[in-house]
Write a protein that binds this ligand. Structure first.
Ligand code: SF4
Length: 63
């Protein structure tokens, strides 16, 4: 599984970080950084919930 970010769509709203702070982090300029782009399979439900929470649909899961 791989987290893919549409950088053009991401508005730094931080819902992903709120849902899964182990995988997404906003820096001081509200630029979102993916902490683990290829999470272990056991984290799928958690990461998927964060992907679904993005209000501008900037996140997708591949694989
Ligand atoms: S929730 Fe969406 S818009 Fe907000 S930081 Fe995450 S990817 Fe970007």
């Amino acid at each position: 599984m791989r987290i893919v970010v549409d950088r053009g769509a991401c508005e730094g709203l931080g819902m992903c970080e709120a849902m899964a702070g182990d995988f997404f982090e906003l820096d001081d300029d509200d630029v979102m950084r993916v902490l683990d782009e290829a999470p272990a399979e056991r984290h799928r439900a958690h990461v998927h919930a964060a992907v679904q929470a993005c209000p501008v649909l900037a996140l997708t899961l591949e694989g």
